[in-house]
Design a protein around this ligand. Structure first.
Ligand code: ZN
Length: 489
């Protein structure tokens, strides 16, 4: 998940909304099964505690692919593992940061993905305040060739998603200012307390050339106090990371064939990969096991949908939304028959509705399909297009697409951090969210309603009529659309 989703979550206030209709026996049995005794928590334990962190390109990621394929096979789905090529994979091996000068100590640190990858750099450490334009103005020429220490506001459960959104936006702007000032590198104070480390991708993505570190908060505050009391410090930052082009990664695709309209596909996905800090529980193991469990209960109950239900566990999401992009290329000939493509990627907070991507007709359908679980609401759809997560390439292919909206809970404070582990998942809410997802899946799989795929002109009009271009530029995916590498042609 990324900053565009965050911006919208921050603005969400749930309104009551219930719609009558579509409550047959099958969906009631399915919903009841999701709320009952299932192996979903055991699955989460295996994926997060046994397999653990699974960044694309790692051995653990390959084990996760085998694990997920086995789970779907055990649930008696048809499974294919579909390879694709990552443009670039970035992996950190080690990072060190040490302070010398008027004081001498080590600081725990990580690099931001797509940071300059192999450096050992000693330079003056300067107080860059909060990294505002005024801070850079005060630094003037001194910023050139120096490590810039940037202070950050704390991000905890009280600040929540609003703080996370600001953290992302500020970092993108600060990295641009630092590059313009020809800084040697940027050392961000971790926004998380108790020396907790996290990482977000460099704002410029694979185009970034600056060394970018995140430093343990308490140690970074010590350095800042020293600098502000007039002492002089140098920092040596070493980043041992590798960037590799053209690595193979794998999506796991599993399906239950449709009874009467098998050629029509309803696609429900979550990304299997994670960052390497923590074990990817909230982001996004919880939604991976949720979809596996919906698949399992569908076959266990012997429920046969009219349309084909396809489950997709994406890879390469954290490093550029790559797996879902490559799927749209590999399955281009089927996209006209994709009725919907939905993504689940916002932790284990309560599902409050779906982002419907700028398609009012889709709001009406989702309202209808949520009716059988109205008691787990209220729900409210938000009809705006978001670059967000693995919905993106479906959106610019014109396929109706959804992102589940979930309440903040503890998502932001653990996001991309060492603390994103099994114990952070709300197990009760996971079961409720599973019931909500199952109702929507069953609705799309059986209702006769069908929205057309948007033409290239309609997609262009959607981009022109919204802030999509800015979102795409922020996410470094605009060029892919503009030069015809991504999206409908
Ligand atoms: Zn995610």
């Amino acid at each position: 998940m990324n900053l565009n989703i965050l911006r919208c979550l921050v603005a969400v206030t749930a309104l009551g909304l219930t719609v009558p209709g579509l409550a047959d026996d099958d969906v009631q049995r399915l919903v009841a099964a999701m709320l009952g005794d299932t192996p979903v928590i055991d699955d989460l334990h295996e994926l997060t505690d046994t397999i653990g962190a699974r960044p694309t390109g790692s051995d653990a990621n390959r084990r996760a692919v085998e694990w997920a394929a086995r789970k779907f096979r055990q649930a008696e789905l048809t499974v294919s593992t579909e390879d694709f090529t990552m443009p670039v994979v970035w992996q950190e091996n080690f990072v060190t940061a040490s302070i010398d000068g008027d004081a001498s100590f080590e600081i725990g640190a990580v690099a931001k993905p797509f940071s300059a990858a192999a450096i050992a750099l000693e330079a003056s450490l300067l107080d860059a305040g909060l990294g505002t334009p005024e801070n850079f103005q005060q630094l003037g020429d001194a910023a050139s060739g120096a490590w810039l220490l940037v202070e950050t506001p704390i991000l905890d459960d009280v600040v929540g998603l609003a703080g996370l959104f600001k953290e992302y936006e500020d970092a993108v702007a600060i990295e641009t200012r630092a590059a313009d000032a020809r800084a040697a590198g940027v050392a961000f104070m971790s926004s998380r307390p108790k020396n907790l480390l996290f990482r977000h991708n460099a704002g410029a993505g694979i185009a970034n050339a600056l060394p970018l570190l995140v430093l343990e908060r308490e140690q970074a505050q010590r350095a800042l106090r020293l600098l502000r009391s007039g002492q002089s410090l140098q920092m040596t930052g070493s980043i041992g990371a590798v960037t590799e082009a053209n690595q193979t990664a794998t999506n796991v695709i599993a399906e239950i064939p449709g009874n009467s309209r098998a050629e029509e596909i309803v696609l429900f996905g979550a990304h299997l990969d994670s960052h390497d800090l923590g074990t990817g529980a909230l982001d996004n193991g919880v939604n991976v096991v949720m979809l596996i469990n919906v698949a399992r209960q569908l076959t266990r109950l012997g429920l046969r949908p009219e349309r084909t239900i396809r489950f997709a566990l994406w890879n390469g999401e954290e490093q550029g939304l790559v797996g879902s992009w490559k799927y749209t290329e590999q399955h281009e000939s089927e996209l006209d028959n994709h009725i919907v493509a939905a993504s689940f990627d916002i932790g284990s907070g309560r599902t409050t509705g779906f982002f419907t991507g700028g398609r009012p007709d889709l709001v009406r359908l989702v309202d209808l399909y949520l009716a059988p679980v109205a008691g787990l609401g209220p729900f409210q759809q938000i009809d705006i297009p978001l670059v967000g997560t693995d919905n993106f390439d479906f959106m610019i292919e014109g396929v109706p697409n959804l992102i589940a909206i979930q309440s903040d809970a503890n998502y932001a404070s653990n996001y991309h951090a060492e603390s994103d582990t099994f114990d952070k998942v709300d197990q009760h809410q996971l079961r409720l969210n599973s019931a909500i997802a199952a109702a929507v899946i069953w609705g799309f799989a059986n209702d006769a309603a069908r929205l057309p795929r948007m033409s290239q002109d309609e997609i262009a009009a959607l981009i022109d009529g919204t802030d999509l271009e800015q979102q795409m530029r922020n996410m470094a995916v605009w060029d892919g659309w503009a030069n015809g590498m991504r999206g409908r042609r």
